[in-house]
Ligand binder design. Structure first.
Ligand code: ASP
Length: 301
């Protein structure tokens, strides 16, 4: 965690920070499994401010906060004074005036949580900002991979899909490289940010090459809401070239795992039988999200 207690992105964190949070998440996971509850955040409030839709992240931060004994405010744009023109900073400052320990923000604009962090005294947690970062997702993915593969050092992880618009890809890239994994990025050239190799990943446009020797494959959703125009011919064409279907999944290494941050476009980036098949750890990722977010919230105190 940074000295300010904010949790804004993986890019600014060092390996030791990531490992400390992961190890704390493992402890929380063990306590949950043992039915043992401590409530270090009793009497504190966690405010969830979601300016963009969410299923997993919002529920998971809410459950995590409640598991730690905190009260939770669930705020969303719909029904708020944003429709009357209230700005992001005014909204956040007003919520802060009610005294929360932390404000968890999801926003369509990259950098919105970092901007808020400069204007409030409470901790700010990034729950996904535009095309920038989704740091809690990267941590829960790292925990999943460590548990399923027995470690990350030297492991090969293929991230496949709309890398250009994906905050999940960016946070995972930083996180996996810091934790010693090799990352291969794969997708159509129109959905690959130019120069991304500089961050330490290998890039290929050929799915078969990306999957060769991979210990894990992480599929990304096509982020239609962040694309001005169509950047691939059709969903069918995309699935044919970059979708993980049963035939491709069958050629994966023994023990390799299939991941997806959700929501899945079934039949586009991932075939339904693979999403629900034996190599899939997708719901395990969701389970791990709670313990990881408990570690993140606890570190805000
Ligand atoms: N749920 C993830 C996110 O909010 C992934 C996605 O939406 O495709 O970034």
């Amino acid at each position: 965690m940074s000295s300010q207690r904010h949790f804004l992105g993986i890019e600014g964190m060092v390996r030791a920070d990531l490992e400390a949070l992961l190890s704390r998440a493992r402890e929380h996971k063990r306590s949950i499994e043992a039915g043992f509850r401590k409530t270090p955040l009793a009497g504190r409030v966690v405010a969830n401010l979601f300016f963009e839709d969410s299923t997993r992240t919002r529920s998971s931060f809410e459950i995590a906060a409640k598991m730690l004994g905190a009260e939770v405010l669930n705020w969303s744009t719909r029904g708020s004074s944003v429709s009357k023109g209230e700005t992001l900073l005014d909204t956040v400052r007003n919520i802060e005036a009610m005294g929360p320990l932390a404000i968890v923000i999801r926003h369509t604009s990259s950098g919105a949580p970092a901007l808020c962090a400069r204007h409030v005294r409470c901790a700010v947690v990034n729950a996904g900002d535009g095309m920038h970062e989704h740091p809690s997702q990267a941590l829960l993915d790292a925990l999943t991979l460590m548990e399923k593969l027995g470690g990350l050092d030297g492991r090969k992880v293929a991230i496949v899909g709309d890398v250009l618009h994906s905050r999940v890809a960016r946070s995972n890239l930083h996180c996996l490289i810091k934790l010693g994994a090799q990352v291969v990025l794969c997708g159509p050239p129109t959905l690959m940010p130019s120069g991304i190799e500089a961050l330490g990943a290998r890039v290929t446009y050929d799915l078969t090459a990306a999957l060769e020797g991979a210990d894990a494959v992480m599929l990304l959703r096509i982020q239609l809401e962040r694309q001005g125009e169509s950047m691939f011919p059709s969903a069918r064409e995309y699935a044919r070239s970059y979708g993980l279907d049963a035939a491709r999944a069958a050629r994966l290494e023994e023990g390799a795992v299939v991941m997806h941050p959700g929501p899945i476009n079934r039949g586009v980036e991932l075939a339904p039988d693979v999403a629900d098949g034996p190599k899939s750890v997708i719901l395990y990722q969701v389970t791990n999200g709670v313990a990881v977010r408990m570690a993140i919230l606890e570190a805000c105190a």
